[in-house]
Design a protein around this ligand. Sequence first.
Ligand code: ZN
Length: 321
Amino acid sequence: MNGTTDERSAPRRSTRFRLTVLGCTAVPLCFAGWLSWQALAGGHSPAAADASPSARPSSAVPSAGASPGSAAPTASPGASAGAGASPSAPASGGAGPLSGRTVVLDPGHNPENVNHPTEINRQVDVGNAHKECDTTGTETNDGYSEAAFTLDVVHRAREILQDRGAKVVLTQDGDRAYGPCVDERAAIGNAAHADAAVSVHGDGAPTSVSGFHVILPAKVTAGIADTSAIVDPSRRLGVTLRDTFKATTGEPYADYIGEQGLDTRSDLGGLNLSKVPKVFIECGNMRNAGDAQRMTDPKWRQLAAQAIADALTGYLTAPAG
Ligand code: ZN
């Protein structure tokens, strides 16, 4: 995200969530299922992730129209479909611990947003406010864009999740003129009846601060927004992601926002309008030299993707309750 141009530019600290359960008693439960799967899968360690680049070119991804018989979602009629493209079609889930599960990965922003200021500045209804359709995102001081970062990490995470049998839906795959708008990003997850969704971002905070944080949906019941049903499961997902990301990448918690790597927000359309468990992750501060060095390293991005995939796996395979 970007502190001046992003969806978060509105009052970002209005609903500060105070997490006092630092040890997260849910974590052992969160990981129990995943560990069970690990045992079945031969004990693959997330820390030993293959760091080879695994991004797939867009051309290798079938278009949504190429799989009419699948459960490929289409943009909600009520959402902003101005860019004219459908969300990337999911590959069919195969065998594995996530067989039968659907995951939505939402790469924040779009490299082409910068060329469509009118379209992305259009206001959309996020329930408790109107927000920009989408934003350009941030970049490192050397010009590596947040949009490029998020799409690369999501490609890597998709491959891992598909290997575990999940059906993976992307909200965009570099295949749209701009966007999608934040309301459509949520609508894609809803239409897919996703079991979980993760929106991937990099932050654009002052250069002196660093670290990652996970953003959880606040309870919002206003207008078309009602997050009542997703607050609790999203928190479980978010705590799992927070712990897994720190352990896998070594990135510290953000030292400038949130608490112990967690922040709760009521001003993000992508969360307000979601009907499925969803969190955002700000993987680091792209304006900070140390974070930028890591985020521009493909090996680190592979670790970030591994963490996201492992967290989703842990969440989705955890015992109910
Ligand atoms: Zn962003």
